[in-house]
Ligand binder design. Structure first.
Ligand code: NAP
Length: 319
């Protein structure tokens, strides 16, 4: 008997034909609620909550193979209590997300949104040495809040632009420090001493609201904030206020607290570059994420160890 498995329908075109030959796959789109049934594994997108309610609908569930590295949509404690394994998709999205972070950093510091608006409005009158002057990166300090896989990949890229690095993490990252000269500091020191702050912590009970009003006030006047981690790590209203008061020089955001809602003041603000959660959005990366999530299910069905269990990672400490 083929094993019943649920897979997000949006992944179908990123996967080979018949990706799990030994399974009976039901494809569910993001708008559909989680169905009840004897499914033994589910491959959800991060927009699908897997909590107590969903676990109750899935009494035979053995694995949540999340198609994301972040697992904030999954109730890890409830899964553990039920003996349901959880896997994510680390590493395969690190480069794409780090590249997008640099794209936001450059877009914000070089005022690209304002430049594009000038052309779109037909208001450009020609080259002017005083026009839309941005901020050069060489010699600036980048503060990485979280220096795991993506934070470190951003740090390595930023070194190539001549930036100095500070970072926060509960555990020191010796190889990263040796390679890049990054210095581990407290969050307060990082905020007060960085020209650009970039967020790379997961959304957890400890990190939600980490960058609130007080944290933003500690940032240097004119500093820039980049968030490609999770929207709820930042207090969005406090961020809007810090931007509108001119305290922050600009923000680059790929993630929001209540996606797909993006606060209109952020969409409108000339110094806010906002993107619709595109961090891992390359053809290669999305295929690799879908492939890895399904490989975890295949391993489960074959009675093997899953490839990337949450909590079982060794990455994040170096190369
Ligand atoms: P990772 O390797 O696990 O790195 C997470 C970092 O956060 C580590 O440095 C960790 O170090 C630190 N950290 C964890 N909990 C913390 C806490 N409570 N306080 C302070 N630091 C903490 O994860 P990753 O692969 O780099 O991914 C990071 C996050 O990026 C994901 O969780 C996801 O939310 C987000 N992401 C977004 C996109 C996108 O499309 N925009 C794409 C991929 C990932 P310590 O444990 O030493 O503190």
């Amino acid at each position: 008997m083929p094993t019943p498995v649920l897979i997000a329908a949006e992944l179908r075109e990123l996967l080979p034909e018949n990706p799990l030959p030994s399974a009976d796959v039901t494809w569910i789109s993001a708008e559909e609620p989680t169905p009840s049934g004897p499914y033994e594994a589910v491959v959800p997108l991060l927009s699908r909550r897997i909590g107590l309610q969903e676990l109750a609908l899935l009494p035979k569930l053995r694995l949540v193979a999340n198609c994301a590295v972040g697992v904030d949509n999954v109730d890890l404690a409830a899964c553990a209590a039920r003996g349901v394994g959880v896997t994510n998709t680390p590493d395969v999205l690190t480069d794409a997300t780090a590249d997008l972070t640099m794209a936001l950093l450059l877009a914000v510091t070089r005022r690209m949104k304002e430049g594009e608006a000038l052309l779109r409005e037909g208001a450009w009158t020609g080259w002017d040495p005083r026009q839309l002057l941005g901020t050069g990166l060489r010699g600036l300090t980048l503060g990485l809040v979280g220096a795991g896989r993506i934070g470190q990949a951003v740090g390595r890229r930023a070194r190539a632009f001549g930036m100095g690095l500070r970072y926060t993490a509960r555990q020191p990252r010796a190889a990263f420090e040796a390679d890049t000269g990054a210095v581990r500091v407290s969050l307060d020191d990082l905020l007060a001493g960085s020209d650009v702050v970039s967020l790379h912590v997961p959304s957890t009970g400890e990190t939600r609201g980490l960058i609130g009003r007080a944290a933003l006030a500690r940032m240097k006047p004119g500093a820039f904030l980049i968030n490609t981690a999770r929207g709820d790590v930042v207090d969005e209203q406090a961020l809007i206020d810090a931007l509108e008061s001119g305290h922050l020089g600009g923000v680059g955001l790929d993630v929001f607290a209540r996606e797909p809602q993006v606060p209109p003041p952020l969409v409108r603000h000339p110094r806010a570059v906002v993107l619709p959660h595109l961090g891992s959005a390359t053809v290669q990366t999305r295929r690799a994420m879908a492939g890895l999530a399904v490989k975890n299910v295949a391993a489960l069905l074959e009675g093997k160890r899953v490839l990337t269990p949450v909590g079982g990672e060794t990455a994040g400490d170096g190369r």
